[in-house]
Ligand binder design. Structure first.
Ligand code: 13P
Length: 316
């Protein structure tokens, strides 16, 4: 059953976070549904602009529609990840998406508000939820000074004004994470104190954490042992921090890179160990099972595992 992110956040706020996982192909789609049902969790399917052009818009819709038939128990939102204004309108008009993200965070504040307002108006007219972004992800390179790092975090006062003016349903905030495998150096982690300040200005309002892969060391080591060349210092979000972010208003946690690492590890190890094999289905099968296991594990960390019945009841 496809629901809006707003409906999911109503149940989740303050209790647990919902995993938002990016998909690009059939293997990820099957593993995603399987892992969420194995762990009895509601979830969010994220589709990026890149995924829409890689897999073709209609192919992705077909995959998700078929997955609904294969896994009828599943409760999830279909969400456009990092859309520009046109991509948001395309998804709103398609009638398939239940949620869109308008990412105008790179524009000046007033322009970000104006663009988000326009998207909100069109989305809400069709009952679709809107996530917006304020602040800049990233800024975690070693050569960037602490002050500069803080300058990129979401400003709590601005966040309150932004939400009031833009009318979005959730807000992606910059609290120290970045996209990709190389997020943190040394002992740096999430800026939970900043998150707490944002929540104080926006009590009860759903916040979103992008760049939340944990980049497990074991994955990186296995990838490199099988011929990969990742920087061994790659580091992500400590999974123990999710439980601290949830009471501070985080209801959606975006995870993409970690799933790519599972794909890379499975395929590198398979073809290293079976160099004479040419059939892509055996590693594909292993990947789907491993991806399902990975999703179930993440849901346990996010607190969304075991919540499916509660969400179903709340939805009526
Ligand atoms: P990661 O690169 O940490 O997986 O973040 C993904 C993301 O935030 C997608 O919007």
């Amino acid at each position: 059953m496809i629901v809006t992110t707003k409906e999911l956040f109503k149940v989740a706020y303050g209790q647990f976070a919902i995993g938002a996982y990016n998909i690009n192909n059939m293997e990820q789609c099957i593993g995603l549904f399987q892992g969420n049902l194995d762990s009895q969790a509601p979830f969010i399917i994220q589709i990026s602009k890149g995924a829409r052009s890689y897999a073709r818009v209609k192919m992705l819709e077909g995959l998700i529609n078929s997955a609904q038939e294969v896994f009828p128990e599943a409760i999830f939102a279909v969400h456009l990840d990092h859309g520009d204004e046109q991509a948001c309108y395309d998804c709103i008009d398609s009638g398939f998406y239940s949620s869109v993200m308008i990412d105008a965070s790179h524009f000046p504040f007033d322009e970000n508000v104006a663009i988000t307002q326009r998207v909100v108006e069109r989305a809400h007219a069709k009952g679709i939820s809107v996530e917006a972004e304020l602040g800049m992800l990233g800024g975690v390179e070693e050569d960037i000074k602490v002050d500069e790092k803080h300058a990129m975090l979401t400003d709590p006062d601005e966040a309150a004004t932004f939400v009031e003016r833009a009318g979005c349903d959730s807000l992606a905030v910059a609290i120290g994470t970045s996209h990709g495998a190389y997020k943190f150096k040394g002992r740096q982690g999430l800026h939970l104190e900043r998150l707490a300040e944002i929540q104080q200005r926006l009590p009860g309002f759903p916040l979103v954490m992008h760049g939340s892969s944990s980049v497990p060391r074991e994955e990186v080591e296995r990838i490199n042992a099988a011929g990969g060349a990742m920087d061994p210092s790659a580091r992500g979000v400590d999974e123990n921090e999710f439980a601290k972010a949830v009471p501070l208003g985080v209801t959606k946690v975006n995870i993409d890179t970690d799933g790519r690492l599972v794909w890379m590890r499975v395929h590198r190890e398979y073809f290293r160990d079976e160099p004479e094999k040419i059939d892509f289905r055996p590693p594909g099968k292993i990947f789907m099972a491993e991806y399902a296991k990975f999703i179930a594990h993440k849901n346990t960390q996010l607190g969304s595992a075991g919540r499916l019945a509660e969400v179903r009841e709340a939805l009526g």
